[in-house]
Design a protein. Sequence first.
Length: 403
Amino acid sequence: MNLGAGVHLTYCSNIHPGESWAEVRANFDRHVVAVRDRLMPDGDFGVGLRLSARAAAELSEPAALAEFQGFLGRSRMYVFTINGFPYGTFHGTRVKEDVYLPDWRDPERLRYTNQLADLLAALLPESTPGAPAIEGSVSTVPGAFKRALGGPSDVPAMVEHLLRHVAYLVALRARTGRLIALALEPEPHCFLETIEEVVAFFERDLHGPAAVRRTMALTGLEHTAAAHALHDHLGLCLDLCHAAVEFEQPADCVQRLQQSGIRVHKMQISAGLRLPALDLQALAALRRFDDAVYLHQVVQNGPDGLTRFADLPEAFDSLQGSTADREWRVHFHVPIFLDQLAPFASTQSFIREVLAIQRASPVSAHLEVETYTWGVLPEPFRSGTVDEAVARELAWVRTELAA
C-alpha cells in the first residue's frame, strides 16, 4: 500500500506455500485478496511477490503474464517488489542451508535473477501524472552460506555475477524505462552477515574503482554514469530480524549504511526470538522452535563477546557449565505484534526503533513484512488464521509509522 512520500508497504507472499505459478496464483485468490479486504477496502494494495525458479519460468509465458496483469488491475493490486531469495522449494520439506543455492558463485543464480527483473519490469504499475515512478526491488541471498565458501575464486565469481546483473538492469532500464534494484539480504552465518561486512564488501568490491571499470566495460557507460548505476541498481535488503539477531544497534546500523552510500532498496520488517536469560524454562520452551525445515541461526552475547551457531541444535550442544550472563537471539521469524512470547521475548523493540527512524526520515521506500514461519510456529503463538495475522502485522506497522 502507498504510505505517501514514495514509501510502499506490503507483505511477502512466501508466507503462503506455493512453488508452481498455479499455486502462487491460487494464493492470491485465497489469501492476498482477503488481506487486502481487511486493510484496504478502498485504494490500491501493494504486493510483495515470491517466485521460485519454476514459478518464474511459468509466469514468463505470455498468456500467464497477461492474465496476472489483468487480475492485478481488476483487484486493485500492484507488484513493486519480488523476493528472489529462495530459488527452490521453501515449505514443507527440509530447506536449511540449501535455501542459499544456487548462490552468487553460480551462473544459474544470475539467470534466475535476470528473469525476475524482467517479470518485475512487466508488472510494475504505470506512473501517473504528477507522481514519481515506482521503482522495483528484488531481494536476494547474501552472496552465499559462509561455510560453503573457501576457494580463492569464490568472491571474484560472486562479484562478477553481481556486476553482470547490474549491466542487465542497466539495459533493462534503457529498454523499458523501469528502474529495478537488486537488494542483497545480510543474514547470520552468511558471507554478508553484519553491517560491517556489508560496508567492507560494497566499498571494496561493488562500489569501488574496479567495479566501476568493470561496469563501464559491461555497459559502455562512462565513468560517472557507471558509478551511479552501481548505486542505483545494487544495494541492500535490511531484514530487521537478522540485524537484531546480530546485536546491531538500530541508529548506528542505518547511519553506517547512509554514510557509505549503500541504498536500502528494501526493508523487511520481521522479528526474531530473544532469550535475555538462559534458564531451564526458556531453553525447554525454545526446543519447540527447533523444526526440521528452516535454519535457525543463534547469536550469543556473553562474557567473551558474540558467539555464532549455524542452527539451534549446535547452540544447544554448546551448553556446558554456567549459562550466566549470556543472551541468545534466534533467527526464527515470529509475529511482529508480539513483544513477549513467555518465557522469552521477541526483538520487536529493534523494529520499533528502526520504524521511528523511518518515520522521521525514510530509510527505505519498500517495506515488507515477512513472517514466513507460520507453518512451523508452535501452536501457542498462533492465533486466528494466517490472513488475520498478516493483516494485524501490517496494521501494527502502519500504527508505528503514524505514531
